[in-house]
Design a protein around this ligand. Structure first.
Ligand code: PAF
Length: 288
């Protein structure tokens, strides 16, 4: 396994590998790897000749009052995990190499960021779209893997690839959960023991929404209200950023349940801002 720090070296190596006809698979991460990342790594290993994992805590996707500085980092542990999972190349660039002085080109989508997390994290998806574009140009992957936990990010990357004609196939991986249902996230590290127990409120509220919809509830505001009540019952100090039921592709809010619904939420438990979602499909026969 190689650890490459230089942008130029990484790009040259990728171009060389491509000329040799190798299929490059890419899992972009911000490190502090967990089973969510590793499930993508495993899939990539099966699909591709060369497996590249990037580890880069991208400053441009954090707001000024967000957790860029405190974001969990543990390179030694990540290297060990990558070795265990047969990663070929870890790309671990320096901020100055990715954003040298004078950097001024950003990638921005017009519509998809104006929903869900984009509303409470202005500029976040501009930072994500920019760094992913750069990483794609550097790593030159044939296939890139993203988790469904950040559904909005996944939709934005899919759109970016279509709109800008990247010759890259995007594959998505299901949300990987802890035993009690909490979605795996590097930010779970911020939770105290008590908060960790309360954090289950996100998944419980999604299951509750599913149950209500399956029983025939079609009024989105009622479902959202009941989800909020459940969250605050389990975690009275939680701060609900949003609970939304949206069209899974456009991310536009729904007022009535449709055949395909994405229930998504962001909740702050202590200092940890956690997100989760569930795709709920229904046959629209039983209106109440
Ligand atoms: O999902 C993440 O970890 C990041 O947003 C990504 C895609 C690696 C870009 O920095």
């Amino acid at each position: 396994m190689q650890l490459i720090r230089s942008v130029k070296k990484m790009q040259n190596l990728s171009l060389k590998l491509k000329r040799k006809g190798k299929k490059i698979g890419f899992v972009p991460t911000m490190g502090f790897l967990h089973e969510g990342h590793l499930s993508l790594v495993e899939r990539c290993r099966k699909d591709c000749d060369i497996l590249v994992v990037s580890i880069f805590v991208n400053p441009t996707q954090f707001g000024p009052r967000e957790d860029y500085k405190s974001y969990p980092r543990d390179l030694k542990r990540d290297i060990k995990l990558c070795k265990k999972y047969n990663v070929d190349i870890i790309f671990y660039p320096d901020v100055k190499d990715m954003y040298p002085e004078g950097f001024e080109t950003y990638v921005e989508l017009e519509k998809l960021p104006n929903h869900l997390c984009g509303l409470s994290r202005p500029g976040h998806f501009r930072g994500v779209a920019t760094v992913v574009t750069k990483l794609f140009n550097i790593v030159q992957p044939d296939v890139a893997y993203f988790g469904e936990k950040d559904w909005q990010q996944l939709k934005i990357i899919e759109k970016l690839v279509r709109d800008l004609n990247f010759p890259i196939r995007i594959k998505s991986g299901k949300i990987i959960r802890e035993r009690d249902g909490l979605a795996m996230s590097s930010r779970n590290k911020y939770l105290s023991e008590k908060e960790r127990k309360e954090a289950i409120c996100l998944y419980k509220s999604l299951l509750f929404a599913k149950e209500l919809i399956e029983k025939g509830e079609r009024d989105v505001s009622k479902i959202k209200r009941k989800m909020r009540e459940l969250i605050l019952k389990i975690a009275p100090k939680a701060k609900v950023d949003y609970i939304e039921i949206v069209d899974p592709e456009t991310l536009e809010s729904l007022s009535r349940i449709k055949e395909r619904n994405l229930v998504a939420l962001a909740v702050k438990i202590g200092v940890a801002r956690l997100i989760d979602n569930m795709l709920i499909k229904v046959k629209l026969t039983k209106e109440i």
